[in-house]
Every structure is written in C-alpha cells, then in structure tokens.
Design a protein around this ligand. Structure first.
Ligand SMILES: Nc1nc2c(ncn2[C@@H]2O[C@H](COP(=O)(O)OP(=O)(O)OP(=O)(O)O)[C@@H](O)[C@H]2O)c(=O)[nH]1
Ligand SMILES: [Mg+2]
Length: 310
C-alpha cells in the first residue's frame, strides 16, 4: 500500500496504470471525510475513532492531508505521533500526504490513494483534511460521509467558516469541549442549521460534542457515523455518483489542459496568449474558441506530450 501510494505521489504517469489495474477491486470501502480548521483536533479525534472502529472489527486506512509542510515537516510527524497507538496494529494503515508537489492535484492524488486502500480491502478509509482550500473541500464533499470538526471560541464562530464547509457537513463535531464556549458553539451551529431547510425525513446534521484528548464523546460520534451509514443505501449511491462524476470531470479537464499546453500550443504560447489578453489585443472568449478550434482539427496535437501526462 505504501509503495503504491508513493508511486501515485511521485509519478503522475504511474497513477493511471495503477488505478486501471486495481479499479475492478474497489468500491467496497466506506469513505469518511473529516475536515475542520487547523489545530481543531482532527488527528487526535481520528486516532480515537480508529480505536473505536477497531472494536467494531473494521479494518482501517487513514490518509491525513497535511496542510502546509512537505514530507519531512513537523505536522506530519505530529500526526504520526498522535496516531502512534495504532502503529503496531497491522489492520490499520496510516499515511500522510503533503498538499504540495502533486503534479495532478491533491484531490486526484488523495482519491487514488483511497482507491489503493479500498483495493487492499480496508473496510473504512478516513481522510483528514484542513478545510481551507477548494481541493480539501472537494475531497471531503464527495466522501460517503462528511464530518466537520469545529472548536469553541473561534471568533464569530460559524460565521468565520467558509459557507461551503457548513453545507457539506453530515455531522458536526464540537471538539475541545473541555474549553469554555462549547455550548455557545453548539447553539451557533444550530441557529445556522435552522436557516437551511431540511425536508421531512431528511437527515439533519447532528452535533456531537467531543473531547478528543480524553476520548469523551467519541463513542457517540462513531454511533452517529454508523447511524448515517446504516440509514440509506440511496445516499451512498448518490455520493458515489457525485464522486465518480467529480473525478471524471476533473480528469478530463486536467488532461485536456495538458493536451493544450503540452501538445497543441508551442512553448510559451499559452503565456503569450495571457499577455495578449492583458494588453486587450484579444478577449478571453475568442482566445478560448481559437484554442478549441485548433484542438478539434484532425491530427491536432501531434506534438509529444511531456512529463506529467497520465
Ligand atoms: N484541550 C483540548 N485540546 C485538544 C483536544 N483535542 C485535541 N487537542 C489538542 O489540540 C492540538 C491539535 O490537535 P491535532 O489533533 O493535531 O489537530 P488537527 O486538527 O489534526 O491539526 P492539523 O492537522 O494541523 O490541522 C493538540 O495539541 C491536541 O492535543 C481537546 O478535546 N481538548
Ligand atoms: Mg491533523
């Protein structure tokens, strides 16, 4: 698993072949996305969740998407330390991925890594991301369940969060409940939720209070995840469809742009076009139409695509 994921991270070209080979063996894992602001206690919580799920005989894969540092950075070491309790458990696989340096984009690398764990037979895969970038939100949005972790006393509380994060939550966690303001945070989320209309019989995101450092509330969190999971196969199918659609669109966009930049246009031509737009010599619509017309010409793009093709 580690080597397969490294391959995905290091060589964009290798990912395509690998995914093609393992894809028929995937589709069984339940994908849990956990997101929230930096330092909210996500890793500590995941560590506790792992213990909880092991009692339920789940086999675990954990992918922690590190917010800032490259592979040797402190945060990754931190994740390792926090999850050290499971280092000896061969049913638990933990991996950190750096946000930087993925040729094909973070969302893509993370999805491929999740596929590796899926194919390896993990019944549950947890992906932890910092909910700041669009990539991170996309990763969690298309998981089978999205858990948003918040903490008391973060300024204007929920208002401080990106609207997008509020909307993707299937479960809210208020962690660090040993701190002041936990109930105020819960009320704040509740009033925010009250603004969203939830149809009769639809899932209204519950709010679970936890204290990850002591493990308080973690059993309840796991039960809530299980309740959502057991609820309907329909939701799962919808999420899976959203995930597959996102991936296909994302890959197509990526590969088309790659084709344009590396196969169709000459070196520096794309940048030149951007400059011409800045100088008002051409408008962006016309520039895009011209490129598309060239791409659609028979035999277009015979130039060899460079590295990064996959
Ligand atoms: N007081 C208190 N501290 C906590 C709690 N949960 C986690 N922490 C502490 O918060 C700090 C950050 O915890 P992490 O688990 O690394 O948080 P994170 O959200 O994974 O952080 P990043 O991945 O860097 O965004 C650590 O020092 C934890 O010990 C809690 O319930 N109460
Ligand atoms: Mg973390």
């Amino acid at each position: 698993m580690a080597r397969a994921i490294s391959l995905i991270e290091d060589e964009a070209g290798a990912a395509a072949g690998l995914v093609r080979d393992i894809f028929p063996h995937t589709g069984k894992t339940y994908l849990v996305g956990i997101t929230g602001p930096p330092g909210a206690g996500k890793s500590t919580l995941v560590d506790r969740l792992v213990s909880e799920t092991r009692k339920a005989n789940e086999t675990l894969g954990v992918i922690a998407v590190d917010p800032t540092s490259p592979f040797t950075g402190g945060a990754i070491l931190g994740d390792r330390l926090r999850m050290q309790a499971h280092a000896q458990d061969d049913q638990v696989f933990i991996r950190s991925m750096a946000t930087r340096g993925h040729m094909g984009g973070l969302a893509r690398a993370t999805s491929d890594a999740a596929l590796v764990l899926d194919a390896a037979g993990k019944s549950l895969v947890i992906i932890e991301t910092v909910g700041v970038g669009q990539d991170e939100v996309d990763i969690v949005r298309t998981a089978d369940i999205s858990v948003v972790v918040l903490v008391p006393g973060t300024g204007d509380d929920v208002q401080a969060l990106k609207a997008g994060i509020m909307e993707i939550a299937d479960i809210f966690v208020v962690n660090k409940c040993d701190r002041d303001g936990a109930d105020r945070m819960v009320t704040s989320i509740e009033s925010n939720l009250a603004l969203q209309s939830v149809a009769e019989g639809e899932w209204r995101p519950p709010i679970v209070k936890t204290e990850a450092t002591t493990g308080k509330g973690v059993t309840e969190l796991w039960q809530t995840i299980e309740a959502f999971r057991a609820r309907s196969e329909g939701t799962r199918v919808k999420r899976l469809k959203a995930r597959n659609e996102f991936r296909l669109r994302d890959l197509l966009t990526h590969r088309f742009m790659e084709h344009v930049e590396q196969g169709l246009l000459g070196k520096g031509e794309f940048d030149g076009l951007v400059d011409r737009i800045a100088k008002r010599e051409v408008d962006p619509y016309t520039a895009a139409s011209d490129i598309l017309a060239r791409a659609l010409q028979p035999g277009a793009g015979s130039r060899e695509p460079g590295a990064g093709n996959h």
